[in-house]
Structures are given as C-alpha cells and as structure tokens.
Design a protein around this ligand. Structure first.
Ligand code: R5P
Length: 293
C-alpha cells in the first residue's frame, strides 16, 4: 500500500543534461500532435522516411476491377508486404483480416462512379473512421474539375477538421480528369492546393518532366499512384524516378495486383522505396520471385 513514508526523492539522474527533444522525420509534420505523428510513423517507416502503400479501393468507382474480383485470394496475400493498405470500409469489413496489423488508409470520401461524372462525393461519419481504427483518411481532391472542384475541396477541408479532432491525418488524393494534362505545372498546383488546405500527405501522379518541381513545392510528403498497368520494368522505372525526385513513397494498385507476379512486384518496389535499389536491381528481384513460383 503506497503511503507518504515510501515516497523517496529521486537521485537526480540527468541533472545538467537537457531533456532530449527529438525532431520528426516527415516533411511538414514536425508541429503535429502526438496522435497524428504516431499514425504517420506507422505508415512511413521512420528509418527510410518512406512508405509502400497498397491501394485497392478502385471498386468504389470502378466496380470489380481486373485483379480485384476476389480480394480474399489476390489482395490478402499481399498485405504482409505493404506498409499500409488503402481501401474502402466495405472491403475492410468484408475481406481484410483485422489481425493483419497494418495501418489503414481509409477511403473516406465516396460518390459517383465511372458510369456518370466522377467526383460528386460525400464524406462518411468520422466515428466510423475511429471505429475502424483508420490511420489515414483518403479524400478525392479534383482540382480543375469544372463541376466538383469546390465540393471536393470542401470535403478535404471538412476531413482535416474532423480528423484533427481525433488525431487522424488526411491524405489528399489528386483526382485528375481526362481533360486535364498531367504535367508538372498542373500537378504542382493540385498538390499544393491539397497541402495548403491541410492535407498531411498528398497522393498524386508521376510526370516524366520536372516531377522534382512537384515534390519541391509541396510542403508535405507525396506518394505516387501507379496509374494504368504498365510493363513491370516501366512501372519500376517510374517508381524509381519518383523516389529519386523527392516522392516519399508509392500508393500503387494496378501495377501490383494486375502483375503476373504481384508478390514479386511488392518486393521489387520495396527495394526501390526503402533500400534505394536502381530499377534494374528491383526488376531482378521481381524476376527472381516470379521464376521461383
Ligand atoms: C483511385 O480511385 C484510387 O485512389 C486508387 O487507389 C489509385 O488510383 C491508386 O491506384 P493505381 O496505382 O491503380 O492508380
């Protein structure tokens, strides 16, 4: 039983040594509070400062995308190779084992599909994100969309407000309409708009020319989407260039789960993102795994 007699004055360990105050490894995140930093540190490896996110939220606008028809068979086996998984709440509850112990980038905005006009979206209840233990709230931000630009920026703003209440960071996902050119000029504007409106991480596309301008002018980490399926060598080359030019990771979907060897691609992308492998080294990792099957 504790009582006053057992209270002893400490020995004064550390007197004269200033208390350690660690910095924070992620761009633009040093002034966030503990819960946000904890969640971001689960997504981005504090050693490399980078992340390999596996995205399979496509069904919410595209239906049963090729490779995602049976996610229990195609996606679940890949989860162990990802630093973070990005999906809808439907998929999370229906397919993803709660024992996987991975941070979740939850698709937080939802709305119209490829059959109509994209980006007419609403947000889910923040209590649902808390209940699902989301580590990141992913929201479409359609900069330049003639119909829904303002709505999606309002959604982003609202998400940042709600997430901040619970210490959950927001991922601004740049949705780029077919009519818009994915060049550095547009992508840097769109990424910057997301960051200025409070996104803690921005997901955008790689562009062949001047991608460094996009990452340089974005004050928070950028992760790149893979986009349509490319030959494996080209997808790895793209990932390498994006990282080399300042991206903090990838949030890839189709170039992983539509590959003829998705595990090989996960391992190869990890080599680039976390270990600084060159594209040809990463491709060798992919081939090696593919031949082992
Ligand atoms: C798009 O609606 C989703 O946010 C996807 O997660 C995103 O496009 C990444 O997937 P992919 O690498 O297939 O482009």
């Amino acid at each position: 039983m504790a009582d006053n007699d057992s209270v002893r004055i400490g020995k004064g360990v550390g007197i004269g040594t200033p208390q350690k105050t660690e910095g924070y490894f992620l761009k633009g995140s040093a002034h966030l509070e503990w819960g946000m930093k904890d969640r971001l540190s689960r997504i981005f490896d504090p050693k490399s400062g980078r992340t390999v996110m596996l995205a399979f939220d496509h069904g919410y606008i595209m239906g049963p995308t090729s490779g995602l028809e049976r996610m229990d068979l195609t996606i679940v086996p890949l989860i162990e190779y990802a630093d973070c998984v990005m999906c809808t709440r439907g998929t999370l509850r229906q397919v993803i084992p709660p024992t996987c112990n991975k941070p979740i980038s939850l698709r937080y905005s939802a709305g119209s599909t490829i059959l109509t006009y994209l980006n007419d979206e609403c947000l889910m209840d923040i209590r649902e994100a808390v209940r699902l233990n989301a580590s990141l709230l992913a929201v479409m931000v359609a900069v330049g969309d003639q119909k829904h630009e303002g709505d999606t920026i309002r959604n982003l703003t609202r998400t940042v407000d709600l997430g901040t209440r619970f210490g959950i960071p927001t991922l601004g996902v740049n949705a780029v309409g077919k009519e818009l050119k994915r060049d550095a000029r547009y992508l840097s504007l769109a990424a910057r708009v997301a960051a200025e409106n409070g996104a803690h991480v921005v997901k955008t596309y790689y562009c062949e020319e001047d991608f460094e301008m996009v990452t340089n002018a974005c004050p928070v980490p950028i992760v790149i989407a893979g986009g349509k399926k490319l030959p494996e060598k080209d997808a790895l080359e793209m990932a390498y260039r994006a990282i080399d030019q300042g991206a903090s990771g990838v949030d890839m979907g189709r170039n992983i789960f539509q590959s003829d060897c998705p595990v090989g691609m996960m391992l190869a992308v990890r080599e680039i993102v976390h270990n600084g492998a060159k594209p040809e080294q990463a491709y060798a990792v992919y081939e090696e795994h593919k031949n082992r099957k």
